[in-house]
Design a protein around this ligand. Structure first.
Ligand code: FAD
Ligand code: GLY
Length: 382
C-alpha cells in the first residue's frame, strides 16, 4: 500500500511555504520570516527570472493615476515604505537595489491636457504634484522637444533595480531564517480533510501548515487544481536599454505613451509595449521602433543614443483588473497573491506585509484591502 504524503518523509517543513520567487513571493517570504515564522520559498528557476526580471522598477504610485481608491492607497503605502525597506534589505542582504529618489516628470504637449491632468491630480489629492512650465523644464531637463509646454513633477515617486530588489528580498528572508529552494518546481498542493498539508515538487515533498501561491502567471495552474477560478492572462511588454551621450537623465520621464528610466552604468531604459494575450518573450523590430520613436519625440537626443540591449516580459493581468491577495476559498490554509499586472514591484512591500498579517489571522477588511479578497470577487460574479 502506498504511503500518504504526511507519512512519507518530507524534505522540508515550514509553517509557511511560498510558491514563486518573483518580487511578490520574495517580498512575502521576507515579511513572513521577519515575523519569526518558519518559511520556505520554492522557485523553479532563480528569484527574479519571471515578469519581475523584465520590469522597469518604477514605484509609480501617483503617476499610474489609479482610479480605484483602495488600490491607490495601497500603492502609496507601499511606495512610502521603500526608504526604510531599502535600508533594511541592503543591510541584511548586502545587495544594492539602486534606489533612486529624483522623482518622475509627466510632460505634455497640450495646455488643455496638462491643465486637465493637473486638476485631476489635485482632486485625487496626489501627494506631491508640482507644475513645471516650459522654462523650468528646460532648466531641469535640457534637450526636451520644443513642443513640450510643461509637466507635472512628482517628487515622491522613486525607482529601483527590480532583479536586485527581488534578490535582496530573498537574501534578506534567508538571513532571517527562511530557506530558499531555487530550481524547485511546485507541482501539486496536497490537501487532506479540506486543508493543505504540503506541496509535491520535482525535488520531493515539503510539508507545511500554510501555502501562499505567488507564482505569477503560472499561479493559474495551481489555483485551478484546487478549484479556484481566477483568470489570469499575460500582457507582454518590451523594453529597450540605451546609453545617452553627454548628459544622462536624472529624472524618470513618465509620459502617457512611453517612459524613460535612468539606471546604473549610464543606462536609460525605455518602455514599454503592452500586448495582451501574447505568451512569447520575443522582442520585435516593430515594438522597438515604436518605443524609440515615442521616446525621441519627447527627448530628441535619444536618436543619438547607443543601443545596449532589449528584452520582454509577461505582466500577470487578472480579468478582475486588480490583484488577488488573501485566502483562497474552499481549502483551509491556502492563500494567493497574484495578478499584480503593471505594478508588482511597486506593490511588493504592501503585499508582503498584508500577507504576513493575514497568515496570522487578520482579515482583508481590517487591512483596508477588501477589494482584493475573494468575498468581493464572488459578489461581483453573481
Ligand atoms: P513573477 O515575477 O513572474 O514571479 C513568479 C515566479 O514564480 C517566477 O520566478 C517563476 O519562475 C516562479 N514559478 C512559477 N510557477 C512556479 C512553480 N510551480 N513552482 C515554483 N516556482 C514557480 N511593475 C512595477 O511595479 N514597476 C514597473 O516599472 C514595472 N515595469 C514593468 C515592465 C515590463 C516590461 C513588465 C513585463 C512588467 C513590469 N512591471 C512593473 C510589472 C511587474 O514586473 C509584475 O507585476 C511583477 O513582476 C509580478 O511579480 P510576481 O512575483 O507576481 O510574478
Ligand atoms: N509599470 C510599467 C509597465 O508595466 O510597463
Amino acid at each position: 500500500m502506498s504511503k500518504t504524503h504526511t507519512e512519507k518523509k518530507a524534505i522540508g517543513h515550514a509553517e509557511c511555504l511560498v510558491i514563486g520567487g518573483g518580487v511578490i513571493g520574495s517580498a512575502i517570504a521576507y515579511h513572513v520570516a521577519k515575523e519569526g515564522r518558519s518559511t520556505i520559498m520554492l522557485e523553479r528557476c532563480i528569484p527574479g527570472e519571471g515578469a519581475s526580471g523584465a520590469a522597469a522598477g518604477m514605484l509609480a504610485a501617483e503617476s499610474e493615476e489609479f482610479s480605484d481608491l483602495e488600490l491607490a492607497r495601497f500603492a502609496r503605502a507601499s511606495r512610502d515604505a521603500f526608504p526604510d525597506l531599502v535600508c533594511d534589505l541592503e543591510r541584511l542582504s548586502g545587495i544594492s537595489v539602486d534606489f533612486r529618489t529624483e522623482g518622475f516628470v509627466t510632460p505634455f504637449r497640450s495646455e488643455a491636457e496638462g491643465q486637465r491632468r493637473w486638476n485631476a491630480a489635485n482632486i485625487r489629492e496626489d501627494d506631491s504634484p508640482i507644475w513645471w512650465d516650459a522654462r523650468e523644464l528646460a532648466r531641469r531637463i535640457p534637450g526636451l522637444a520644443d513642443q513640450v509646454i510643461g509637466a507635472i513633477y512628482r517628487s515622491k515617486e522613486t525607482q529601483v533595480a527590480p532583479v536586485q530588489l527581488c534578490r535582496a528580498y530573498a537574501g534578506s528572508a534567508a538571513v532571517l531564517g527562511a530557506t530558499i529552494w531555487s530550481g524547485t518546481h511546485a507541482e501539486e498542493l496536497i490537501i487532506q480533510d479540506g486543508r493543505v498539508c504540503g506541496v509535491r515538487t520535482d525535488s520531493g515533498f515539503f510539508s507545511c501548515d500554510q501555502v501562499v501561491i505567488a507564482a505569477g502567471l503560472d499561479s493559474l495552474k495551481l489555483l485551478e487544481q484546487i478549484g479556484f477560478d481566477y483568470p489570469l492572462y499575460p500582457v507582454k511588454g518590451e523594453v529597450v536599454a540605451v546609453s545617452l551621450k553627454d548628459h544622462p537623465l536624472d529624472y524618470t520621464i513618465y509620459a502617457d505613451d512611453v517612459y524613460l528610466v535612468p539606471k546604473q552604468n549610464n543606462e536609460l531604459w525605455i518602455g514599454a509595449t503592452s500586448l495582451p494575450h501574447q505568451y512569447d518573450k520575443e522582442v520585435t523590430v516593430g515594438g522597438l521602433k515604436g518605443l524609440l520613436a515615442r521616446a525621441s519625440a519627447w527627448l530628441p537626443r535619444v536618436q543619438e543614443a547607443s543601443f545596449i540591449r532589449a528584452w520582454a516580459g509577461l505582466r500577470p493581468q487578472a480579468a478582475a483588473e486588480r490583484p488577488f491577495i488573501g485566502p483562497v476559498p474552499g481549502v483551509e490554509g491556502v492563500y494567493a497573491a497574484v495578478g499584480h499586472y503593471r505594478n508588482g514591484v511597486l506593490l511588493s512591500d504592501a503585499t508582503g506585509r498584508a500577507m504576513a498579517t493575514m497568515l496570522k489571522g487578520a482579515d482583508a477588511a481590517g487591512l483596508g484591502i477588501s477589494k482584493f479578497s475573494s468575498e468581493l470577487l464572488k459578489e461581483e460574479s453573481l
